[in-house]
Design a protein around this ligand. Structure first.
Ligand SMILES: [Zn+2]
Length: 299
């Protein structure tokens, strides 16, 4: 008798672990030499190109997993709305409007890149210091204030989404936007596994770092987090992560509770973000608390 097997034709499962995380070090190298304080209308071509590609692949991966969830749950529709509704159907305390909004902002960024919104940019540069003294960026092709969803989610004057603070002027999209979307991706994966099942979203990470293999996206993101020096971004990130932890952490169950939003120092009154890392093991950067995971070798 023939052996029968069935598969779901999902292709986006490996985009983040095998491609995006593979070129993340190159993006970070370009990012960390940036002058964060100077006024500019673009990040470097290397940072921008790889970050926008990484963002598209990360959203394509969410889309793939969402379709797998739709197949299991026999539902269909726009991903931000339907996924939030499915989570809510499993637990009516789940803040579905908030999560829909979170995914909506990620999808807006996807649209900005994939449809290449065009801005007309003009600058006035100081002749001696070469600093940009005046900058004007006007959207000429793409969705703007006239689009209801865009207006709801985007601060059009700041050219950033309202909650996640993602840049919507395409040339400014860089490491910080990708990093934010990666921990939203991580939150989506862990919520799906906790509230539905591991089969719904069978995300696997297998990252070779020196002689060590890393399997946790949370620890990998924390290792980057600990090297970020842009104070403005760190401050915004801290308040965003605190907000997301307050809303979603109690829906994460073991063994899927090791999400980046939960990756904080366990010492009472500390709570510093990025406690479990690859490079430094489990040691707090603020209070020095250390808990026994051996450090990665040759990392
Ligand atoms: Zn601490």
């Amino acid at each position: 008798m023939d052996r029968k097997e069935s598969y779901l034709s999902v292709i986006g499962a490996h985009y983040v672990p095998d491609i995006v995380l593979d070129f993340l070090p190159r993006i970070f190298e370009a990012y960390k030499i940036r002058d964060y304080k100077s006024k500019n209308f673009q990040v470097s071509a290397c940072e921008n190109t790889l970050s926008t590609a990484g963002l598209l692949l990360s959203v394509a991966s969410i889309e793939s997993y969402a379709n797998r969830i739709f197949r299991f749950e026999e539902k269909r529709g726009p991903v931000p709305e339907k996924i939030s509704e499915i989570f809510w159907s499993k637990n009516n305390n789940f803040p579905k409007e908030d999560f829909e909004r979170l995914l909506c902002e990620v999808y807006i960024l996807r649209d900005v890149i994939v449809h290449n919104h065009i801005y007309d940019i003009s600058t006035a540069v100081d002749r001696e210091s070469w600093e940009i003294k005046h900058l004007d960026e006007t959207l000429v092709i793409g969705k703007g204030e006239k689009d209801k969803k865009f207006k709801e989610c985007v601060d059009c004057a700041a050219k950033k989404t309202k909650l996640l603070k993602l840049h919507v002027q395409p040339l400014k999209i860089g490491f910080e936007d990708l990093f934010t979307v990666l921990f939203v991706f991580d939150t989506f994966v862990r919520l799906s596994q906790s509230m539905l099942s591991d089969s719904h979203v069978p995300f696997r990470l297998y990252c070779k770092i020196g002689k060590t293999t890393e399997s946790s996206l949370s620890r990998l993101l924390a290792s980057y987090y600990r090297q970020i020096t842009n104070e403005e971004y760190l401050k915004a990130l801290e308040s965003l992560l605190t907000e997301l932890r307050g809303k979603y952490a109690h829906f994460l169950v073991s063994p899927y509770d090791d999400a980046f939003i939960n990756n904080i120092c366990p010492r009472p009154n500390c709570g510093k973000i990025g406690f479990h890392t690859i490079l430094r093991g489990n040691t707090c950067a603020a209070c020095g608390l250390s808990i026994g995971r051996p450090l990665a070798q040759n990392a």
